[in-house]
Ligand binder design. Structure first.
Ligand code: HEM
Length: 587
């Protein structure tokens, strides 16, 4: 046999030129690898969380981290299964991955030292803020070090935007937003399955996830950004999901020739969102929008108009405003819609679960097609399915920068390093979630009954953390005393709107709830969580009151049941379609 394929080739049999190349490669890289190992271990300061070894000097675990945060964090956890935190090296910096619920809570509470604003400013820079915008945005922002020549004229844009969202997404404004959303869902369903058309009552085959994705996306855009935006930007829904695929890569700040699609999507958003704002302002000038309107087709929800006009007044450029709207538009959908798809899939995958949920919806019904939202969102089984979907299918990494050297539990954390609480690691820890003798309770399983015990205490814990963090944030932003800042935070404190759902909570459940972090915590605790709950469970109720849905058994057998696709952050999409039969329900 002449072929050398599969045969061992001795290095000695290589030509001299190749020997020389190998010699040089080895003499350059080997010392680097050795130094990197040696210095890597030594560079860890006394008391820092244990360092995970790495090969490439400076870059460290950077590539693995950027390529697959979820897989990488899971791998780090497997290297340090009993450690509350671990250190990894990313682009010359230490990054602490936190796996312990108590440490996570400390990070969220101590908002003065574990700061989020550097990420906020970085995102603004990527989506269009110019130098002057960044100077304005830095005023009052919590940063590790100030830009040279920094001046503060008292503007507080990041803080003000942050404080506006709480009131807009709770109370009366939340109710209005929810009804706009549910009305659009109902209209969309009525358009696809008209009530007075016999054909609507025949079974048709569909992919359930795609139907939910399309309908829910349209409804949330209409509710928040109005209906006129679809005329200006007919491709908006396609843009949204393409941007979702590419946003992460923009954070690497690689040049356009390396990320042409990602930058083109950002530019597309600039073009149409600038136009959206111009046309809304023009409609206002023409007197088509009254100041008292809480929603209009041009701006959408009043809060969105108020935010946009606030940014104009603060001197933020048109591109930065458009970029900011694009990230908002993306963020509010990219988390919620995948979870809505997961909830819907799980509801129909088990006929027993489906009929229990239908029974809960029936008892919340107020008319043939209407229901009481509070009764739906607090019904035990519906709530448990939502919480289980959030546990099973979110990967929300909350990043912070360490502002000063500090002690966190048993560890010393160094100034300038990054900390990440990766919700998924907590939500998938078998020691927290698996129950002896209950095989279905393994964390990788979707178990609809897992949260029947309730979640009231969880919401209280979050609000407590949030209040502490807000007080620190306000104290610093306005250079106030702790007492003044507390008074400011109290006036804008989040509403407690989650009701107890099924009696007292067991100790075990309270412990597990501390490991639920789909909505982050502290100052950045998601203010949209109540609206997300209404979108997902209210949307499910609206759909099940209008439509009969049953699984396409043949397709399920062929394709298998969907599981979360770990390829992104935040809400995780199902990894495959779910074929179902749908028809209009006879009432
Ligand atoms: C299931 C759905 C959702 C999930 C899992 C989710 C998750 C999160 C997380 C993890 C954060 C904190 C980010 C961090 O600390 O790094 C966050 C912040 C935020 N979310 Fe959500 N979110 C959801 C839905 C929504 C919706 C529907 C809205 C708006 C209508 C919204 C608006 C916001 C805003 C404005 C912030 C920034 C808060 C601040 O820094 O002031 N979210 N979300």
């Amino acid at each position: 046999m002449n072929s050398t394929v599969g045969q061992h080739v001795s290095p000695l049999s290589l030509p001299l030129a190749q020997h020389t190349v190998i010699f040089w490669i080895l003499s350059v890289t080997l010392p680097l690898v050795v130094i990197s190992y040696w210095s890597g271990y030594r560079r860890i300061a006394a008391g820092e969380p244990p360092l995970v070894p790495y090969l490439l000097p400076w870059l460290g675990h950077g590539m693995a981290f950027m390529n697959d945060i979820n897989g990488f964090t899971e791998w780090v956890r497997s290297q340090h299964p009993d450690s509350p935190a671990a250190t990894v090296q990313v682009a010359g910096q230490h990054l602490y991955l936190v796996f312990d619920t108590k440490l996570a809570s400390q990070i969220y509470r101590r908002s003065k030292n574990f700061i989020f604003d550097p990420f906020n400013l970085m995102t603004w820079g990527i989506i269009g803020a110019n130098r002057s915008d960044l100077e304005i945005l830095e005023m009052g922002a919590q940063v590790e070090k100030r830009t040279p020549g920094f001046q503060d004229d008292g503007r507080r844009v990041l803080y003000d935007l942050h404080r506006m969202s709480g009131p807009a997404l709770t109370g009366e404004s939340l109710n209005r937003l929810t009804s706009l959303f549910i009305d659009t869902i109902c209209k969309e369903i009525d358009t696809t399955f008209p009530e007075n058309d016999d054909a609507s009552y025949e079974w048709v085959r569909m992919d359930l996830g795609e139907f939910v994705k399309k309908t829910w996306t349209r409804a949330s855009i209409v509710a928040l950004f109005g209906s006129h935006i679809f005329t200006i930007w007919p491709r908006i829904e396609d843009w949204l999901w393409e941007f979702d695929e590419h946003f992460q890569s923009l954070l690497t700040k690689m040049p356009r020739f390396m990320l042409p699609k990602a930058w083109a999507l950002r530019d597309e958003a600039w073009e149409f969102l600038e136009k959206w704002e111009d046309e809304a302002l023009a409609a206002e000038k023409r007197g088509e929008i009254k100041e008292t309107d809480d929603w209009d087709p041009y701006w959408g929800l009043q809060w969105v108009a108020v935010r946009a006009k606030y940014l104009i007044k603060q001197g933020i450029s048109a591109k930065a405003r458009a970029g900011n709207e694009s990230v908002f538009l993306w963020g509010l959908n990219a988390n919620t819609i995948p979870i809505a798809m997961q909830v819907m899939n799980q509801a129909v995958l088990s006929p027993t679960l489906l009929s229990t949920l239908q029974a809960e919806i029936s008892s919340a019904q107020t008319g043939p097609n209407t229901f009481n939202m509070a009764a739906v969102t607090t019904a035990p089984k519906l709530k448990s399915v939502l919480l289980e979907s959030l546990r099973w299918a979110t990967a929300s990494p909350s990043p912070r920068v360490v502002r000063e050297d500090c002690q966190l539990g048993e560890y010393k954390l160094l100034k300038g390093s990054m900390v990440i609480v990766h919700s998924r690691t907590l939500q998938m820890d078998a020691r927290t979630w698996a129950i002896d003798g209950v095989p279905g309770s393994a964390p990788e399983e979707f178990w609809a009954e897992r949260f029947l015990d309730g979640d009231e205490r969880e919401e209280e814990n979050r609000i407590e953390e949030n209040r502490e963090a807000e007080t620190e944030y306000a104290a610093e932003t306005f250079a106030q005393t702790q007492a003044q800042a507390q008074a400011r935070s109290e006036t804008a404190k989040p509403h407690k709107i989650v009701e107890p759902i099924s009696g007292p909570k067991s100790k075990e459940m309270q412990q597990r709830m501390l490991s639920m972090r789909p909505f982050g915590g502290g100052t950045t605790l998601c203010p949209g969580r109540h609206f997300a709950t209404n979108e997902i469970l209210g949307g499910l109720a609206a759909l099940l009151l209008r439509l009969d849905v049953k699984i396409d058994e043949e397709a399920l057998e062929k394709n298998g049941a969907p599981v979360p696709n770990l390829g992104k952050q935040g809400g995780l999409f199902p990894d495959r379609g779910l074929g179902v039969w749908i028809r209009r329900r006879r009432v």
